[in-house]
Design a protein around this ligand. Structure first.
Ligand code: HEC
Length: 136
């Protein structure tokens, strides 16, 4: 009986040791994996952000027809239009910009016929960021 429980204890110890080392190793592998994922994906997110803002700015200033710049003042874009509200003062969230782009508002035409969802999202992200509505 005594012998049996000693053997039992010994096995238990071995199992415990094995488990704890394995789970430590497992944990550190998981940590390493996540760190690697983060390191590789974060610059990709940042690059996407920059690409989207760059596209949004180009559309705002020139490429959208008619260009937003004709009617709106936005310091970051160097535009001085006065037909629509000054966006530096209005500081619209991207959802508000998107709403105006999709449906038009007052004198402002809708852009859903000529711009893709992605392009409208890019303009919205740009205006929100450039006007200071979106946190950098
Ligand atoms: C022909 C002139 C004109 C052009 C071009 C134009 N807008 Fe406007 N925009 C206006 C006017 C006018 C208003 C105010 C409408 C109202 O409140 O009756 C307005 C309103 C807005 C608003 C505020 C909407 C709200 O909810 O109050 C945003 C944001 C906006 N425009 C963004 C843009 C962007 C981005 C573009 C380019 C894709 C653009 N506008 C192009 C004239 C224009």
């Amino acid at each position: 009986m005594i012998q049996h429980s000693t053997t039992c204890l010994r096995w238990q110890n071995r199992i415990n040791t094995k488990f704890s080392t394995r789970s430590d190793e497992y944990n550190s592998r998981i940590k390493a994996l996540f760190t690697t994922l983060l390191v590789f994906t974060m610059p990709a997110w940042a690059a996407n952000d920059i690409a989207q803002i760059t596209l949004g700015k180009a559309l705002f200033s020139k490429a959208a027809v008619p260009a937003c710049a004709i009617c709106h003042t936005l310091k970051d874009a160097g535009s001085v239009g006065t037909i629509g509200p000054a966006l530096d003062e209005l500081r619209p969230e991207s959802a508000r910009v998107l709403q105006a782009l999709r449906n038009g508002i007052g004198q402002m035409p809708a852009y859903s016929g000529q711009l893709s969802d992605q392009e409208m999202a890019a303009i919205a992200a740009y205006v929100a960021k450039a006007s200071g509505a979106a946190k950098p």
